[in-house]
Write a protein that binds this ligand. Sequence first.
Ligand code: ADP
Ligand code: MG
Length: 135
Amino acid sequence: MERTLAIIKPDAVKKRIIGKIIQRIEEEGFKIVEMKLMHLTKQQAEGFYIVHKNKPFYQSLTDFMSSGDIVVMVLERENAIAHWREVMGSTDPALAKPGTIRHTYGFSIERNAVHGSDSPETAEWEINYFFSKSA
Ligand code: ADP
Ligand code: MG
């Protein structure tokens, strides 16, 4: 069993498709082991995406991620990290395969509906960022 961090981003929450995305998560065999609705401050969004701080899209991305409510979840399944990234599809919805969440619901390379961790190390760090046992 493996765990990954998933986020339903502000564009998808505004579109009122939380339910559709959670239904897909459950149909894919994930168990939701943690879940919360949040509205990140700009500073919290910057902290979460700190690995991208030198990218040209960092300011815009963190403005977007702090622009509205998000749903943060810990998902558990065999091969959870890779499987969730496959279900999400490519970062750019225009390049994502039909049937993936980003292809179906993404608006742009930035407003792409969902987040998923990209490695076991990242997953551990990201889960701890939102669900720290000591917080
Ligand atoms: P992923 O979310 O697929 O792991 P990255 O880690 O590369 O993608 O990027 C993190 C997030 O930053 C993306 O999900 C997207 O919201 C945003 N992003 C990535 N690349 C761009 C870009 N070229 N322009 C604007 N936003 C971007
Ligand atoms: Mg990433």
